[in-house]
Design a protein around this ligand. Sequence first.
Ligand SMILES: [Mg+2]
Length: 251
Amino acid sequence: MIPGSCHLAPGRWEPAIHAGLERMVREHGRSGGQWDPHHRPLATFDWDNTAILGDIGEAVLDYLDERDQTQRSLEYERQCEEFGKPVGYPWAAYQIAGLREHEARALTLQVIDTWMARGKITFRPEIRDLIAVMQHQGWEVWVVSASAEPLVRTFGQFYGIGPDHTIGMRLKMDDSGRYLPALSGPNTYRQGKVQAIDEIIGRRPVFAAGDTDTDIDMLRSARYALLMDRGSAEVRQAAEAGGWWVQPPGW
Ligand SMILES: [Mg+2]
């Protein structure tokens, strides 16, 4: 990438979205003339089914089920149906309780390897490219996810996102450094994502990307928003009302 460049690879982007993103990145970035190193433009990306195809939180449950002959995935679905996602999502994150940080990292890398080999998780090169171009243009890029934070921290490194720029379900730790089945930060579901952005980053995003109803509040909080459409009527309505970019399903 040449200095000051902000060309996105065309990839599978809708041409109008590709052009809009390039313009936005340039106008708010180093090339734009108003760029301030002390107040860099903020971009927040949902992770599962936005930055990647697939869901690392659910993949870990499936992996543990296979390895340990458990039924965590079924129980997760039951929790979501019976008590709702605000209960089911933290429950899924609690399944790494008992692990130390490096053990959670090792587990995540193992799951990524195995699930990518099976085609159940794939990178989205266009999103990785967008993040790289944003960073090159002086944007500050964060991941804001409802999966357990240690999982997303590990995965985010494949996209050049540092662990200190990742927000997920943050778990408490005991004195010996093992994760506990309890949150130490906001429940990053819907408005909880915005709450986490306010508390941890301290300013609202210029750009946000997401794929589902749980991202609506974060997308509304941003000046520009990208929906990786997965067919939800509720989210499409929000996108129409908000004038978001809507990348059609299929990748
Ligand atoms: Mg998602």
